[in-house]
Design a protein around this ligand. Structure first.
Ligand SMILES: *[C@@H]1O[C@H](CO)[C@@H](O)[C@H](O)[C@H]1NC(C)=O
Ligand SMILES: *[C@@H]1O[C@H](CO)[C@@H](O)[C@H](O)[C@H]1NC(C)=O
Ligand SMILES: *[C@@H]1O[C@H](CO)[C@@H](O)[C@H](O)[C@H]1NC(C)=O
Length: 809
């Protein structure tokens, strides 16, 4: 109690003084003190109050006695006579709930024995707080309990009494309960909880608040207890899904039983009330691809998942608790694309076949590429193989144009197998390819081309009309009629006549035929143009030159110019009687229209009146005396001379030479008889006139030459020394013309006629001739024997020159 005890003590002292006065008569005295005074505190001065002598107190053995064996709570200070507190005075312990608590003491004095009763009233002080029996008040209230329901609460106790006892209760403010306190008769307070707002177990499963009991003391004391309300469940809650919408992504082609998502619902209720069962609400057939485990809430793949068919699913799911309360959620499954579709190439159009002359960049076809996948998986790149003259040009969206990149040539490549490859950009990428067959159509872009730059044909003259000369060939690589070659002769003239009268060409085969027989002596070569034309439209053509060379055949017998043929007796030579051996008396002049060997003439005396008298130069035709003329020789000498060419077989002509050994023409009586042949007289006269005039001219020329040679000559030349020259104009047509292949030139012939019979000259002639045509030895070896054969044949023929004129064919 401390200091606070003193005011009470003071109060008690003054109060006790009043009482002492009252009790002193009877020897009793009473005090009133508050409980819980400190030990040693003075309750009152007994000595003074009882009128005792303080100094004698100890002598009289003053002491305090208690009733029975009770504990000594008070004592007396013998030196002061004060009654003091000897032990703790706890009113509650001493008196409990008694409204008044009195401690009865006796003061005993000896000598004389005196007994004084002392009563000490112990006043209550508020030294006890209200106390609840339990630390916690536990209550269970069903959540479905209605508003206004009451629940009694345990009371609190306070050891103090009166004002210091329980005065009231306080409830900690809370959402659901208020406190109601009833005061019973006897002053007991009874308190109860009143449900002011319904409980929700799912909201608050347990509600705790403090209940405070207050006493009325001063200072006031309180005691608290925790009220714990457990809310009991009722099936007042539907299960609830964790999410209003469940979203999941699932790659397509996921295998069966793949777990897509796990849904879960909670039911705030407990037990059966909280048991949930999941269910899928199939809207249509295709949502059967998923299943929902009714217990675990696992959504699994139950069928084929194809993004291309269905890219997302929206499925209602429900959950029900044991008593049938249900709620719903939505399951949204987005299917993600997997690159499981190859690109597909469609050929939308194709210009097949395509003309080979289209310009580069021409569109040939249109290609469309499709990929059923999406995003990158449907991005498709298209390509074409390298070695073809085509490319793909991207057009709108997934369309491509197939375009030529270069010139096409059907003759090189007529068919293309174009492979188009499409690859998507998925990972891994898928690709597909398509081959497109394209053929190139022909255009007549190639003219026929001859295999050779020019053709030449060699044909021997006198060929049969219709004989094959040669053939020309031209090639045209174009197709069908564009490559079909037709040959034809180009019109032109040869020697003034149309070429078609000489040659014809087979239009299909190109074989060239002679239309007629050719005569070397007429012309030796000619050229024609042959055209090869294809059948295209327009046609293309090419020309080639065909040279036809006619080779000589020995078809002309030698033609004797002198003496005049057909035995004209007018042509009589005079031989001077004084002629020496070796003198030239005459000369046989012959020409041959052929050329080369066929025109190389040799002279032979076939028959003579006096075989020993004359001989003839083999090649010069000069007739010489072999010996001096004697008187005995017949005056008329006849010689039959054969002229042979060197052809195979050789042809010959003969003529008669009449020689008259005489110094005077008058001596010849039958000259006139010999001379006349009516039919030929005119021609002969012309011939002679011409011959004489020409001879005269050349004689002058010869004389000059002879003059040069004169010094070397011992013997004087006679009449015909130096031969008779024939002007080239006199020769048959083409006689002296040469085409360069070695036939004799006129100058060579000329030279031959001018030689005077010396063997060296003859040899020289032969050699120069042979240089161009024949091997020298062959000619030389052949000539004697061959000629001999021919001579024998000629001897058998009775006539002279006339028979030799007939042409060989
Ligand atoms: C075209 O080429 C493809 C692939 O190289 C091949 O399979 C096909 O047989 C070819 N077609 C022709 C007609 O050559
Ligand atoms: C020949 O070429 C022409 C164009 O020059 C063309 O029109 C025609 O079709 C071709 N003929 C054949 C058979 O290819
Ligand atoms: C071929 O000759 C004909 C006629 O002379 C001419 O029209 C044509 O152009 C020639 N062809 C060629 C390729 O020279």
């Amino acid at each position: 109690m401390g200091y606070k005890g003193f005011p009470f003590a003071g109060l008690a002292v003054s109060f006790s003084i009043i009482l002492s006065t009252l009790y002193s008569v009877y020897g009793d005295i009473g005090y009133s003190i508050p409980e819980e005074m400190k030990e040693g505190s003075v309750i009152g001065n007994i000595a003074k109050d009882l009128g005792l002598d303080v100094s004698r107190l100890s002598a009289r053995k003053a002491r305090i006695d208690t009733d029975g064996k009770r504990k000594r709570y008070c004592d007396i200070n013998l030196s002061t006579g004060d009654l003091i507190v000897a032990a703790r005075l706890d009113r509650e312990a001493l008196c409990g709930k008694k409204p008044s608590c009195v401690l009865k003491l006796e003061l005993v004095l000896e000598n004389p024995l005196e007994l004084h009763r002392i009563t000490v009233h112990i006043q209550d002080i508020n030294d006890n707080a209200p106390v609840f029996n339990k630390e916690k008040i536990k209550m269970e209230i069903r959540e479905s309990t209605d508003k206004g329901a009451r629940f009694s609460l345990d009371e609190a106790h306070d050891a103090d009494i009166g004002e210091n006892g329980i005065k009231g209760y306080n409830l900690q403010s809370n959402d659901h309960f208020v406190l109601n306190v009833d005061t019973e008769t006897g002053g007991r307070k009874h308190c109860e909880l009143v449900l002011e707002k319904e409980l929700d177990r799912e909201d608050e499963q347990e509600i705790s608040f403090l209940l405070t009991a207050l006493d009325g003391g001063s200072p006031q004391r309180s005691g608290t207890v925790l009220v714990q309300v457990t809310v009991l469940d009722a099936n007042d809650n539907a299960p609830v899904f964790g999410q209003a919408v469940y979203k999941a992504n699932l790659p397509e082609n996921s295998p069966l039983d793949t777990i897509v998502v796990t849904v879960s619902a909670t039911d705030a209720d407990e037990g059966v009330n909280g048991e949930v069962r999941y269910e899928l609400h199939h809207v249509s057939e295709d949502s059967n691809v998923f299943s929902l485990d009714e217990k675990t809430g696992e959504v699994k793949v139950n069928g084929p998942i194809d993004y291309e068919e269905e890219s997302s699913y929206e499925i209602r799911i429900s959950v029900t608790d044991g008593l049938g309360l249900a709620s719903y959620s939505t399951l949204m499954i987005d299917i993600t694309d997997v690159n499981d579709n190859q690109p597909v190439i469609y050929l939308k159009s194709l210009n097949d076949p395509i003309q080979e002359n289209v310009s580069p960049g021409t569109e040939v076809g249109i290609i469309n590429v499709q990929d059923a996948d999406s995003e990158n998986n449907r991005q498709v790149r298209c390509s074409i193989q390298q070695n073809v003259p085509f490319k793909l040009v991207p057009s709108i969206k997934n369309y491509y144009s197939l375009v030529t990149t270069g010139q096409l040539d059907r003759e090189l490549v007529s068919d293309y197998n174009i492979t188009i490859t499409a690859t998507d950009e998925g990972s891994p990428p898928l690709s597909s390819s398509k081959s497109v067959q394209l053929s190139v159509a022909d255009v007549n872009d190639n003219p026929p081309v001859f295999e050779e730059q020019s053709y030449s044909a060699h044909v021997t003259e006198n060929n049969k009309p219709g004989s094959t000369l040669c053939s020309v060939t031209a090639r045209d690589p174009d197709w069908r009629q564009n490559g079909t070659v037709i040959y034809s002769l180009l019109s032109g003239e040869v020697n003034g006549a149309p070429v078609s009268s000489y040659l014809s060409v087979n239009g299909d085969t190109g074989v060239i035929h002679a239309v007629r027989s050719f005569d070397y002596e007429q012309f030796r070569s000619f050229k024609v143009q042959v055209m090869a034309r294809d059948n295209g439209s327009p046609p293309l053509s090419n020309n080639v030159t065909v040279s036809v060379f006619i080779t000589d055949v020995n078809d002309n017998s030698p033609q004797i110019l002198y003496p005049a043929p057909e035995g004209n007796s007018f042509m009589t030579e005079l031989v001077p009687k004084a002629a020496h051996g070796g003198s030239v008396v005459s000369k046989v002049i012959a020409v041959d229209a052929d050329s080369g060997q066929n025109a190389w003439l040799s002279y032979h005396i076939v028959k003579s009146t006096d075989p020993g008298l004359f001989n003839i130069g083999l090649h010069s035709g000069e007739i010489r005396t072999q010996r001096d003329i004697s008187e005995s020789d017949s005056m008329k000498q006849n010689l039959i001379v054969a002229v042979k060419d060197n052809g195979q077989p050789s042809l010959s002509a003969t003529c008669a030479m009449y020689l008259l050994i005489s110094d005077n023409l008058a001596e010849v009586p039958e000259l006139k008889d010999m001379s006349h042949d009516e039919s030929n007289s005119k021609l002969t006269s012309y011939l002679i006139i011409a011959l004489v005039s020409v001879s005269t001219f050349f004689l002058t020329f010869i004389i000059v030459i002879l003059g040069v040679r004169f010094c070397r000559r011992r013997k004087p030349r006679l009449l015909f020394d130096g031969a008779v020259a024939i002007p080239s104009a006199y020769l048959p047509p083409n006689y002296a013309e040469v085409d360069g292949t070695g036939t004799l030139r006129s100058t060579y012939n000329y030279d031959a006629y001018l030689t005077t019979g010396s063997r060296t000259s003859d040899f020289k002639f032969v050699r120069s001739y042979n240089d161009n045509t024949l091997p020298a030895d062959q000619t030389l070896r052949k000539s004697p024997t061959d000629f001999a054969d021919v001579l024998q044949e000629s001897e058998g023929s009775p006539e002279g020159c006339s028979q030799c004129r007939c042409p060989p064919s």
